[in-house]
Design a protein around this ligand. Structure first.
Ligand code: FMN
Length: 213
């Protein structure tokens, strides 16, 4: 038996991992940040080879991780989880800081922050597992951490194909679908209400397009 729904029972949080190489700033949303050891403090991230952030981390050998809280602006997820740093500087438009290794990071809506130096990498096919030693970390506030489950069940969030936990949507019956052009959220229904607001990134109905089947 290979019941992929079992994978939904694995719990995780949501994180923003970022890095820089000279003037280039990159960052993306991940749900694969884990503590690996406590002495020294080592963490790992699992990140798609096609992500611009991956290449930036591999080149600079450093990265920053912040943990998303339930209060995070969904626009952070829409920007960092569904757009590419190859095409734009995603940090523009957000208040950002720099850690001691000059990696950019956002504090608003985050509850913890980690500055890491790359100490190991493992090629696992579509993704790289990157292990970092934490050289600085701090609690930013005591808001509840955003779990992947909360993102799916309360915020009705989706995951793009680059997320390692992505699963093909199971087609049930043909319903009209409307896709948010900013974050990819799908609304199902014959008509999209005029006052509809995307629950992920807050875009109005005009940002939606009909999905042709
Ligand atoms: C909820 C969520 C979870 C994600 N988890 C991961 C992850 O663990 N690893 C990964 O490589 N991408 C993950 N992604 C996808 C990346 O954030 C996305 O592909 C991003 O646009 C890559 O940006 P970049 O090219 O600027 O690095 C996730 C996205 C979302 C919305």
């Amino acid at each position: 038996m290979l019941d992929k729904k079992a994978l939904y029972q694995i719990s995780s949080g949501l994180y923003l991992v970022s890095s820089h190489q000279n003037e280039h700033r990159a960052g993306c949303i991940i749900n694969t940040f884990l503590q690996v050891t406590s002495n020294p403090i080592q963490v790992s991230i699992t990140i798609n080879k096609e992500n611009d952030t991956t290449q930036t981390i591999l080149n600079s050998r450093a990265f920053h991780v912040t943990a998303l809280s339930e209060q995070v602006d969904m626009n952070v997820i829409a920007t960092f989880g569904f757009q590419s740093s190859k095409e734009k500087d995603k940090f523009e438009g957000f208040d950002s800081q720099q850690d001691t290794l000059d990696n950019p990071y956002i504090e608003a809506g985050m509850n913890a922050s980690f500055t890491c130096k790359v100490v190991n990498t493992l090629d696992v096919g579509s993704h790289m597992i990157i292990v970092g030693e934490v050289i600085d970390c701090e609690v930013l506030n005591h808001e509840k951490s955003m779990t992947y489950d909360y993102y799916h069940s309360v915020k009705k969030g989706t995951s793009p194909k680059n997320a390692p936990t992505y699963q093909e949507e199971v087609k049930e019956e043909a319903k009209t679908k409307w896709r948010c052009k900013v974050c990819g959220y799908i609304y199902e229904g014959d008509e999209l209400p005029e006052d509809f607001i995307c629950p992920i990134c807050g875009q109005p109905a005009s940002a939606f397009e009909k999905v042709e089947s």
